[in-house]
Design a protein around this ligand. Sequence first.
Ligand code: SF4
Ligand code: SF4
Ligand code: SF4
Length: 348
Amino acid sequence: MVNIKINGIDYQVEDNISVLEACRAVGIEIPTLCNDDRLQPHAACRLCIVEVEGKRGFEASCSLKVWDGMAVETHSPRVMKARADILDLLFSNHPEDCLTCEKSGDCKLQDYCFEYGVEKGSYVGEKKDYPVDYSNHFYSYDPNKCILCGRCVRVCSELQCTGAIGLEGRGFSTKVSTPFDMGLAQSTCVSCGNCVAVCPVGALMPKRKEKVRYWDMEKVKTTCSYCGVGCQMELLIKGDKVVGVEPADGKANNGLLCVKGRFAYSFVNHPDRLKTPLIKRNGRFEEATWDEAYNLIVDRINGIKADSGPEAFAGLTSARCTNEENYIFQKLFRAVIGTNNVDHCARL
Ligand code: SF4
Ligand code: SF4
Ligand code: SF4
């Protein structure tokens, strides 16, 4: 542990962590646009700047380690003014589209401009004017809304390990690009959407069929049903319809998803989907209640077991179930029915 003074108050914090982490550990929130705890510090957005006793300029708290005896100011008038200036510079080269932007309500730039009182960009001059890349099936990239935080590039290379995108150009001309600027559809992008999930503004956006606002959506945490890895996700629900998916932090997925979990959710709303059990009566499947279905299953299992013994059964389960469901399934067959005839579609 080291002793550190933050905003005039003494704290003991872990050694070898960043000033940003130390502040968060003691409940002091510092704004960031480029920081992601899973990635190497980048110090690009400069919003997390703080004043450090004995240092002349501002320091980026995400890339500065704590030391014993350090004294830090996180919300001094100078720091607040500098952060407002940074936001002003960002918004001066940004389309003022909040009224129609789909990201509105979930946009960090919008939130911080509100917090720091930046009403509009005060610097007049040339603005970025690039075509939007709609070439990917699942998401679009609008370079004009990009604030060059680099999170998408770093997630793609450091966590997703695809390296499909990079920052290209210098200064005013910098943008996120694909090799030879050929567009996302021609790149090695595997459409996992992990870059979309970390974009703090509306530059990378999922394509949706529905027009939705963030404040109209409810989030429901669940486990992805596409394979047995057990990735955690949040379904975005509007009314009684799933209109999107966002990755959630889980031990199996570290806040990442693959293309199936992230974008292939529309089957949930398909009219042919079974929503109740069906029981075959007189050669026709008829809708039944869960109680009717379970009672029938139990009766049939007991009857067959009495007539032919447990080896008359075989159970096949599915990779679309969670590991826990598969565990329970084999337990049912081995411990309750009494047979080891259990297998899984992954071995067909
Ligand atoms: S990205 Fe954010 S700040 Fe930019 S127009 Fe959209 S909501 Fe507004
Ligand atoms: S969708 Fe996935 S692979 Fe494609 S650019 Fe984004 S992070 Fe990289
Ligand atoms: S597209 Fe989004 S995540 Fe990527 S650099 Fe721009 S603002 Fe950051």
